[in-house]
Design a protein around this ligand. Structure first.
Ligand code: NAP
Length: 480
């Protein structure tokens, strides 16, 4: 067996997943290049009050490292971060991470990838896998005067824990999944909370019960039960896929449920302000145990007038200044900056910037024509809607592992998807997209620069089938 040299860029959830699978398969020459000083990616960056995962914890985990000890149906962020750290430690991945190392360039030498990091070091690898995450680069709003604000102002993914909010007037901009979780945690716990909403989002209010000690003991005692619970939670989430993919009764049912839940808002004027004019799920459906209660808390005020500008002391809408002491920007992420700002240069000098001039595209979510032995986790058009990204990462990591194993056996030297196969795949994607709920007319981070949803237009189960094994007929393969 040949011993491949593999660089994984990023030690977040998906990088840890691939690292763990490679090490478990006995592949030792693996390094994870991580620009931060800690593992966990999004679960490290996001530590805002109220952070949790709105995908059930029984499903939001790796099948090879099930955790019987989840505390809640939707466990808090710190617990999830600790879970990924534990997986990294237990599998040996943590020992393979080079922290504080930013990849600036990955260049094909003719026989391997030369990866250059910001410390000026270059090293060669047979495979490079980008695991740089999808919701990674904070998006700051382009609002006049934002820089002039005199008090603390920070993005939700850069929370300033040194600021005590308890006696403050907090201005919160953004009502996506993050804004909703922050509002739910802060309502009643600060002096005043002004929520600036540009567009109302649909919210599904679901309870978040704590698992009782006996439940945890049973999961610990009976691994088969733990596995069953994983698949039961998976099946439950997958049963909702039809609502996303085609018009029909599941979509009608969820639409009805979302509308019905809005009736929890007592004041008709507030209810009207919170009622979206798009279809539920067109933007990512927000799951929250307590948003509709929190927003009716007497300390909360919903402001729906357009933000004109920000002054040193507040936020101005329609000529009225709303004084605030602290500004929180829950304004989302640049979800289309896959791989970048790292420079990727393939054979013949082809850059990723050039290959993606019309927007990011990937063969079956994982590879790009023109870039041999280069793979991505969570790449363009991955099924990232309301599904467990852990499951997607595992599918993609297993696919990469298949290629690596073949390389070890000497079956090839380089492999890259053909442009024809990638074009064919995108013709199928484009044909399937119009039926999806994401194409029913709303603006969100799901949409790419061409206005099309950058999502997987089939059931997540199909993604698994699609990547079950490499298809040689869709690759340029140079024999080993
Ligand atoms: P987001 O869904 O993109 O929402 C950003 C919010 O900021 C929107 O309400 C947007 O308004 C608002 N906004 C942006 N620029 C603005 C401006 N100039 N003026 C006023 N408002 C502005 O971002 P997010 O809430 O951080 O969520 C991003 C994704 O992260 C989610 O969709 C989800 O996939 C993931 N997430 C998951 C969880 C979980 O529990 N699994 C939790 C948090 C986040 P418009 O609506 O008008 O655009």
């Amino acid at each position: 067996m040949r011993e491949p040299r593999i660089a994984i860029i990023g030690a977040g959830m998906s990088g840890i997943c691939l690292g763990a699978l490679l090490l478990r398969a006995g592949i030792r020459d693996v390094v994870l290049l991580e620009k931060n000083q800690d593992l966990g990616g999004t679960w490290r960056d996001n530590s805002y009050p109220g952070i949790a995962c709105d995908v059930p914890s029984r499903f939001y985990q790796f099948t090879f490292a099930l955790n019987p000890d989840w505390t809640h149906r939707y466990s808090p962020g710190a617990e999830i971060h600790a879970y990924f750290e534990k997986v990294a430690r237990d599998t040996g991945v943590a020992d393979r991470v080079r922290f504080g190392t930013t990849v600036v360039e990955t260049r094909w030498t003719g026989a391997a990838w030369s990866v250059t990091t910001d410390d000026g070091v270059s090293a060669e690898y047979d495979f490079v896998v980008s695991a740089t995450g999808i919701l990674h680069h904070p998006r700051y709003p382009n609002i006049e005067g934002l820089d002039s604000f005199a008090g603390p102002a920070f993005h939700s993914a850069r929370w300033d824990h040194s600021v005590d909010l308890s006696d403050k007037r907090v201005g919160l901009i953004g009502t996506g999944s993050t804004g909703v979780q922050i509002l739910s945690a802060l309502a009643g716990n600060v002096d005043r909370l002004l929520l600036f909403q540009r567009t109302p989002h649909w919210v599904m209010q679901l309870a978040n019960p704590e698992f009782r000690p006996i439940t945890r003991r049973l999961h610990r005692r009976f691994p088969a039960y733990d596995r069953f619970s994983y698949h039961a939670a998976r099946k439950q989430i997958e049963s909702l896929s039809p609502a996303l993919l085609h018009p029909g009764k599941t979509r009608r049912f969820l639409t009805w449920l979302c509308r019905r839940q809005l009736n929890k808002i007592v004041d008709p004027e507030l209810r009207a302000k919170l009622t979206p004019d798009s279809q539920p799920m067109c933007r990512r459906l927000i799951i929250s145990p307590g948003y509709y209660d929190a927003i009716q808390d007497p300390t909360v005020e919903l402001v729906t007038d357009r933000i004109e500008r920000i002054t040193p002391t507040g936020v101005v809408t329609d000529g009225v200044e709303h004084p605030v002491d602290v500004l929180v920007l829950a304004t989302g992420f640049d979800a289309h900056a896959y791989v970048r700002p790292m420079r990727l240069v393939g054979p013949g000098g082809l850059t990723l910037e050039h290959a993606w001039a019309d927007g990011p595209r990937a063969y079956r979510t994982v590879a790009v024509p023109g870039f041999p032995n280069f793979f991505m986790l969570m790449g363009p058009n991955s099924p990232v809607g309301n599904y467990a990204l852990t499951a997607i990462a595992e599918t993609q990591a297993n696919y990469v592992l298949d290629w690596v194993q073949r390389w070890r056996r000497g079956e090839f030297t380089t492999a890259e998807p053909t442009a024809e196969a990638t074009d064919r795949y995108y013709r199928e994607v484009d044909a399937a997209l119009p039926d999806t709920v994401w194409a029913t007319g709303c603006d969100s981070w799901y949409l790419g620069q061409n206005g099309k949803p950058e999502l997987f237009p089939w059931a997540p189960e199909q993604h698994k089938v699609m990547l079950a094994q490499p298809r040689d007929d869709e690759f340029h393969i140079v024999a080993g």
